[in-house]
Design a protein around this ligand. Structure first.
Ligand code: R5P
Length: 292
């Protein structure tokens, strides 16, 4: 480990220079992976746009029944046509999602806390890689808590899942958690996303922040942006637009879709930004037309 004294502040991100090791494959950082990994990543990231619309409905893993997700069996089927990847727990997927679908699967495999805990940073790996294989998961999602009390165990969880994923060619999605005590600054997200990427994940989920393009430039795998708390629809679309403009390769939204009064139209509008180059204003106009 280098001596930390006299370390220079990182600033040379060259955000205007494209990633240099793309090698003709559409997923950042995946050029040297094998066929199976690339196939899974292609199931998630559209080869034309390079991006993905993930729908996150894994909230129940620590929140129990969540507003808007009370009936997974009703919510997921109506949104399914408008998203690319389903992000959920094996319990939700097996019980409420038909296997007769062509969507990618992001399987949450870490767990161990609930809303009743003060500190959410202590998790375990709750799903064996064999079960991820049985479910034909396209990636396994692990929560990481950089800077929190549970950092070490979450990075241990992450490395176990990455190692298992490498054995069977299943990508790992490192999810950067923001706890109460963690800052939501570009400084924190540059640190956390880069640590997770260097651990060996094939993609990272994190939050949008100031200087987001620098976070993206310093992260050698694709970033998908989490939605966070419910915002007015126009603001959520602006968040989506800024994320894609800043170099994100997709959105992994939950509440801003399933808590919207018009969740289907909201998913469609996000899709326009992610895959069709719409601005936030155009997408909001599309949304307003669609709901009237
Ligand atoms: C985080 O890992 C959560 O379980 C959700 O997947 C994530 O927060 C995305 O959902 P939302 O857009 O509601 O924040």
């Amino acid at each position: 480990m280098p001596d930390q004294e006299g370390l220079k502040i990182a600033k040379d991100y060259q955000t205007e220079v494209p990633f240099a090791n793309q090698g003709g494959f559409h997923v950042k950082g995946a050029n040297s992976l094998d066929w199976g990994m690339k196939k899974h990543l292609t199931n998630i990231f559209d080869p034309e746009s390079g991006n993905t619309v993930m729908f996150a409905f894994d909230h129940g893993y620590f929140m129990g029944s969540t507003a808007g997700l009370e009936r997974l069996d009703l919510v997921i089927p109506k949104l399914m046509p408008h998203i690319d990847c389903l992000m959920g727990t094996r319990g939700a997927l097996r019980t409420c999602v038909t296997p007769a679908n062509r969507k990618a699967i992001a399987l949450r495999v870490s767990s161990g806390t609930s809303m009743l805990n003060e500190d959410l940073s202590h998790e375990v790996v709750a799903v064996d890689v064999e079960d991820a294989i049985r479910m034909n998961a396209d990636c396994m999602a692990v929560q990481t808590f950089i800077g929190a009390d549970g950092q070490l165990e979450s990075l241990d969880n992450l490395s176990r899942v990455i190692n298992a994923g490498m054995r069977y060619s299943i990508p790992t999605l490192g999810v950067v958690a923001v706890g109460k005590e963690m800052e939501r600054t570009d400084r924190f997200f540059k640190l956390a996303t880069r640590i997770v990427a260097e651990m060996g994940v094939q993609m990272v989920k994190t939050y949008y922040c100031d200087n987001f393009e620098e976070v993206v430039a310093a992260c050698p795998v694709p970033i998908v942006v989490a939605g966070g708390k419910k915002l007015p629809e126009d603001e959520a679309l602006t968040l989506a637009y800024r994320s894609i403009q800043g170099g994100a390769h997709g959105l992994d939204m939950g509440r801003n879709i399933f808590q919207s009064e018009h969740s289907v139209e909201m998913a469609q509008a996000i899709r326009k930004i992610v895959h069709s180059g719409y601005t936030d204003k155009e997408a909001y106009e599309f949304y307003l037309d669609a709901i009237h």
